[in-house]
Design a protein around this ligand. Structure first.
Ligand code: PLP
Length: 412
């Protein structure tokens, strides 16, 4: 962990900032609430059924094993696979790394081409770039202005040397829902051996996911993206698909990820997934209603705004990503925070280094449009009144920042 003077200045910032009277948390790309059902499952696990090491032969160990198996069976049945096809990691990033690096380590000779879409999460892009440095050929799949991958490009370029293709089913920044089945069909037509990986971290809880129907080889998940605890990830590995471990140590109930399983975290994760999917139809329409309330009102009432990603049904139910031209995204997040509204500018992965989001650049946004973007994610637990509060505060802040911005639209 980087521990520096930063923590001192953050403490001062918090003291200066104070706690706002009203808060609306919309930064679910980065992390968010844990739902009470998941928290209760974890508490029960820490107190009773998740204390022991699940591979050890004593009562606490057996209880942990039993609860781990039940939790995995529930998660597996929701995404329609077998419990044996799930490997737990400690984050979605680790699951993505295992998928990409674990397939490359045992790639057959002559299969050195890896395709990733140009709008993937950095936990997909970075390991693929490391492989490129080690002699693999990395090909970034172009996307159109709504973020859809170019299927013709795939059809033209996939060949006998292709090892894998990684495309997220829901884009974490702009909410584009990709047609993974079309991608698979086109790819497998060219080369049946190609592994298809999908990063499903931003999809779980937002769309229905069926591993058999999607027929992908690998899919990654992250617990905190579905209102479970942080620090739990999972990789679906289709039966028969071979991966090499990328970290080594004492193996427990699973072959690819050593160390004791985070049993309480996994029970919380599984409970979160179960809760969300038991109420899926209601939750989905609630998110869509709140999402569209924000999108429509912002686009209609604030000038010089651009929606990033597709509109309507083709967009993830929770995702709002809008560029406020002539406004600086970081300044917007700080001012919104002063009013108790928590969002991220562009991608959180890049906001600390103030680089424009690679996703927004890939869909053709200019630097200033990418820099002036806000990413907000609604949940089924937000209310219309939360959205009204955002819509009351946001235009005021945008106007104020624009009034002091050195760059102004010519027609203002
Ligand atoms: C699409 C996507 N993939 C991967 C991750 C990484 O997950 P984690 O934070 O569990 O490492 C995220 C995180 O927000 C994500 O949105």
């Amino acid at each position: 962990m980087i521990y520096s003077d930063l923590s001192k200045s953050i403490k001062e910032l918090i003291e200066f900032h104070g706690i706002p009277k009203r808060e609306v948390y919309l930064d679910y790309e980065n992390s968010g609430l844990i739902i009470p059902e998941a928290l209760r499952a974890m508490e029960e696990a820490y107190k009773f059924n998740g204390r022991g090491h699940p591979s050890i032969t004593h009562l606490p160990g057996w209880l942990s094993y039993e609860s781990l198996f039940k939790a995995t069976s529930i998660f597996a049945s929701i995404i329609n696979c077998n419990p044996e096809e799930i490997v737990y990691t400690h984050s979605g990033s680790e699951a993505n790394n295992l998928a990409i690096l674990g397939s490359a380590v045992i790639s057959p000779k002559g299969r050195r081409k890896i395709f990733v879409s140009s709008i993937e999460h950095l936990s997909v892009i970075f390991p693929a770039e490391r492989l490129e440095e080690r002699g693999f050929k990395l090909i970034k799949i172009p996307v159109d202005k709504e973020g859809y991958i170019d299927l013709d490009f795939i059809s033209e370029h996939v060949d006998d040397e292709t090892l894998m293709i990684s495309v997220g089913i829901v884009n974490h920044e702009i909410g584009t829902i990709q047609d993974i089945k079309a991608l698979r069909d086109i790819t497998k037509d060219k080369n049946k051996e190609v592994l298809i990986h999908t990063d499903a971290c931003a999809a779980l809880g937002r769309i229905k996911l069926d591993m058999k129907e999607l027929d992908v080889d690998l899919a990654s998940f992250s617990s905190h993206k579905v209102y479970g605890p942080k620090g739990v990830g999972a990789l679906y590995i289709k039966e028969g698909v071979k991966l090499e471990p990328i970290i080594y140590g004492q193996l427990s109930t699973q072959k690819l990820w050593p160390g004791v399983e985070n049993v309480p975290g996994i029970l919380g994760f599984s409970k979160a997934v179960e809760t969300i999917y038991s109420n899926f139809t209601e939750y989905k329409s609630k998110m869509i209603e709140l999402r569209d309330m924000l999108i429509n009102s912002i686009l209609n009432n604030i000038d010089h705004t651009l929606l990033n990603g597709p509109y309507g049904d083709k967009r993830s139910p929770d995702n709002i990503n809008i560029s406020f031209i002539y406004c600086e995204g970081e300044a917007l997040t700080v001012e919104l925070s002063m009013n108790g509204i928590y969002v991220s500018s562009g991608s959180a992965c890049t906001s600390r280094v103030l680089e424009p989001s690679h996703v927004l650049l890939a869909i053709g946004r200019r630097y200033e449009e990418a820099h002036g973007s806000l990413l907000m994610k609604v949940t089924p637990f937000h209310t219309k009144s939360d959205m009204e509060y955002v819509l009351e505060v946001l235009p005021r802040i945008v106007n104020r920042l624009r009034s002091i911005s050195p760059v102004k639209p010519s027609n203002r």
